[in-house]
Unconditional design. Structure first.
Length: 329
């Protein structure tokens, strides 16, 4: 009776603790705990102390506790599909990216065991192995080129022994153990994020504020381009439309006698080429290139000059050299 009562009491305490965490914290990192031991979990708890709470437990108990709390917070139902496998929960109200970094920093090296799935590529480096020549046949069985140097076996070239995602064979595990190589590092792996009712993959935590701003700028630029193309004004396209209209007015002013205050300065510069050249030289940076503003301002002037030349050429073609048509001859 006492043993059963103690088990019931532990379950009750676990339910109470998990229920309180679900109320107190709005953010949860769902972590995979494959190949992670109790000592490593304790180190993670120490790393997160005061900032987050790591809770492990049986999935059936976790699901039952979440369902019992749905009346208080229906958004918790989004967690249920992810309560499967060897998972744990990190409850926090802090920065999720920082919590993920802290969790991933607690790593433990491990040997490669036969039948394990390799989480990374395993490269055996070239050089002396410390093994006596009697074990040469073992290396030959794995098709590893070796030679005898100073009484020990030496690997000639780097060997790509195990590929990422491949299963470690018994001979590969034996070789790595013989060479005292621990190629794997295990840590709690954050898989999914729950943020106040929203669930999304952990990869979204890699998005920075600069990424969001750049994407927003591209979206605004696309809206402006479409608006200008179809002639439908929007908040995004109005600045470009005003700029284009001003350039058209400036071109008309330069090609005619019509003027307005913003065009007078440029007209004065064009009327005095030496002053115009001096202004460009004064505004140019150390490299000697004219600034973009000066270049853009000069563009309408060049366009206007080109229009005037074309009009003069058309007049000469139409009226002849002396202003008369072909019938005058």
């Amino acid at each position: 009776m006492s043993k059963g009562g103690g088990k019931f009491q532990r379950k009750k305490e676990y339910f109470t603790k998990l229920s309180n965490l679900l109320v107190d914290y709005k953010k949860v990192l769902i972590v995979a705990a494959n190949n992670v031991g109790s000592n490593q979990l304790q180190r993670v708890r120490q790393e997160l102390r005061g900032k987050a709470v790591l809770l492990m437990g049986k999935n059936t108990m976790i699901r039952k506790c979440i369902r019992e709390n749905l009346t208080k917070n229906p958004d918790l139902e989004a967690l249920l599909p992810y309560v499967k496998g060897n998972v744990g929960f990190v409850f926090t109200n802090g920065d999720l990216s920082d919590m993920r970094t802290r969790i991933g920093a607690v790593k433990v090296k491990a040997a490669a065991k036969s039948g394990a799935i390799s989480p990374c590529d395993v490269i055996v480096p070239a050089g002396p192995t410390g093994q006596d020549p009697a074990k040469t046949s073992f290396f030959q069985a794995l098709t590893i080129s070796t030679r005898i140097s100073k009484g020990v076996i030496e690997i000639v070239n780097d060997v790509h022994l195990v590929k990422e995602g491949a299963k470690v064979t018994a001979s590969q595990a034996a070789l790595l153990q013989m060479l005292n190589i621990q190629p794997f590092e295990y840590a709690l792996a954050v898989k999914t994020v729950y943020d106040d009712g929203s669930v999304y993959p952990v990869s979204l935590l890699d998005i920075t504020d600069d990424d969001i701003i750049n994407r927003f700028r591209k979206g605004v630029a696309n809206v402006a381009a479409i608006s200008l193309r179809i002639g439908y004004p929007t908040v995004a396209s109005v600045p470009y439309a005003l700029t284009s209209s001003f350039r058209n007015l400036l071109s008309v002013s330069l090609a005619t006698s019509y003027t307005f205050p913003q065009a007078e300065k440029l007209k004065d510069l064009l009327a005095n080429p030496e002053a115009f050249a001096a202004a460009l030289a004064a505004a140019a940076p150390a490299g000697g290139a004219a600034p973009a503003t000066a270049t853009s301002a000069a563009a309408p002037a060049a366009a206007a000059a080109k229009v005037e030349e074309e009009e003069e050429a058309e007049d000469m073609d139409a009226g002849g050299l002396f202003g008369g048509g072909d019938d005058d001859y």
